[in-house]
Ligand binder design. Sequence first.
Ligand code: ZN
Ligand code: ZN
Length: 587
Amino acid sequence: MKQTKEFEKNYLEHLRHSASHLLAAAVLDLWPNAKNAIGPAVENGFYYDFDFGKTKISEADFPNIEQKMQELVKSWNSIQVKNVTQDQAKKNFADNPYKQELIEEFSQEGKQLTTYTSGNFTDLCRGGHVENPSQMLKYVKLLSVAGAYWRGDEKNTMLTRIYGTAFPTKAGLDYYLWQMEEGKKRDHRKLGQQLDLFVIHEDIGKGLPLLTPKGTIIRNEILKYERELERESGFQEVWTPHIAKSDLYKRTGHWDHYREVMYAPFGIEDETYVLKPMNCPHHYMIYASRPRSYKDLPMRLSEPGTCYRYEKSGELGGLVRVRALTIDDSHILMREDQIDAEFGLCINLILKMFLSFGLKEYWVRLSLNDPADHIKYIADPKTWEKAGKKLEDIVKSHKLKVELATGEASFYGPKIDFMVNDAIGRQWQMSTLQLDLFMAERLNLEYTDVDGTKKHPVILHRGLTGSLERTIGLLIEHYAGAFPVWLSPVQAIVIPISDQQSVYAQKIHQKLRQERFRVDLDARSLSMQKRIREAELQKIPYMLIVGDREAKSGTIALRARGEKDEGTLKLSEFIGRLSKEVTTKQV
Ligand SMILES: [Zn+2]
Ligand SMILES: [Zn+2]
């Protein structure tokens, strides 16, 4: 199964990269003076960057380009590869400064240059195509246009990037296009604004979202739930500051392997500090603050810890990619014979949490090191192999659907990342479990074993959702802003039909507050229909409409989100129903 998934992924990549060739061929056919730069496959599709000179290209040109692509692909029965020398390559792409630069660079790196030709179109390329584009490239769609600096450097020319996607089947393409449309409606940046959940303010800075009172309720509800889960399972919460001496990160290896993600160090008196990029070292120092014995293990320290990571502004997006992220983190320090049990505990915790969030589809990505990458990883092949093997066994014994990702491990160990599908089938990265056989030895963390000898504990790094910010973004999109009652910032709203019921409405409002529900009262002198419509737009789960009849009989007319009339209820009945939905986390 692992192989099938890998194979499918490669095939899609080849298909989409071939589609980028086809796009370039069509563009050059229509705009002979355009210069094509690079055209890779990316997640969910492909792009190609062009220099159109003074010509402006927009989505209005897509039908034209797509028609040309369909026309050209008919004669693309193969993609022919040819080895070329530097001189030949330079001659082939004589009027293209971008290719000239690449040829120069690849030659200097000692790479064999290759060109790939289909029909009349030849590109400088290192390969990765489908064999017969005329048969395979049938379901291609151009999606959007954006500006992109050559090589991502703002000192360079601004190129025009055309994005597209390709699928092996029509059904696959249609489903993807539907997802994109539906995704736009659910965009958490748009809904976050509309429902007043978070703010990104230019005076604060990019990638630094501010949670409003409503957004903070969602965050706190998630944390409250996670704390309950952790308490049941024997985790102990800690709190640690957001900065630490930079020397500590030199000892942990972050300085060597993780520095590009860290912000510049700063001085306090005569010492140098950094913003923490991870919570681990702080937790280790709590462990190291006392002598530990085998009886103290496993020690499960947890903290919703905010970390600061250098993300390029082009990669930031709403809550999903931020510069200050809160990891619902834990570090479990344990004996080697406890690895299976502790991973089992964490896997159960994660799967239970997915259920409460209404996330039904999930699988894991097993991320291993790339033994050839000496910059990214601590060099110790034996330990890597042992840790990787261990995680493979764990994934197998828990019967988790798995995809392998070589070179995606953390610098200190392999990991199991949990991926989920949202309500419209899009993938999101969630929880992470990382096995660390290095750090305890590096930092000389110890415990006294049963025989009196000193040993290093093994460490399990656990991110329950991984990033609270991303999780809020995911949940906004998953529920399209219509949160289940337990997560809703406002769970119910009381709407009196007219002023005459305002005293009764206040009484109900007060009573529900005393029962600790999040309830609003809308007694404005607007028409009832208007107030109901607004509550619908705010996606409040319940509206309690009260008129004279309700006031006299001590009841409420209940209306559930989505125009569902639920009839007349006694207030106590409604309270019972709400309590049940909250405590069972009904989705
Ligand atoms: Zn290619
Ligand atoms: Zn960690």
